[in-house]
Design a protein around this ligand. Sequence first.
Ligand code: DAT
Ligand code: MG
Length: 178
Amino acid sequence: MDAMAVLARTSRPAPTLLATTSPAVSRRPVEQSYIMIKPDGVQRGLVGEIISRFEKKGFVLKGLKLFQCPKDLAQEHYKDLKEKPFFPGLIEYITSGPVVCMAWEGDGVVASARKLIGATNPLQAEPGTIRGDLAVQTGRNVVHGSDSPDNGKREIALWFKEGELCEWESVLTPWLVE
Ligand code: DAT
Ligand code: MG
């Protein structure tokens, strides 16, 4: 291996970049989104595929668990839709098997995750999005993503108990944000 190749392999962000992770530095409030792989995504073996899209994009995983959702939690999560005719079917579907609950963090993560996920109806979701690539029907659209930063907070508090989120810094952060 020549000297340049060795350098490329071993280079690290400059210490001044790493210093931005110091607790003394004031930061903007962090944005988090609640992302959930629905029971069809788990049953179809799409867990790794879906997680990897958020990892590769550059968001940071702060919470992750496989979870059998009780009915009352599903009803609370989707309470804004309770008057819709599809509500009972939606609750049955979400509670029909384990889901994967995730908290993803990063600037703009809520809107960006919605773009990565794609339109509610997978037939209208763009190719390249999760729903556009991996699903065909609204009632089996494999993944949920919060629709606003406030709902991100609300949903993470709803689905995760105290102590289930991890506070950590990714070593990749200085390579992803300046
Ligand atoms: P999204 O999941 O894209 O935020 P939403 O919040 O409007 O969409 O609806 C929540 C879920 O409810 C959606 O992912 C699938 C289900 N749903 C919505 N509209 C539906 C419909 N017309 N028929 C069946 N299920 C529907
Ligand atoms: Mg929604």
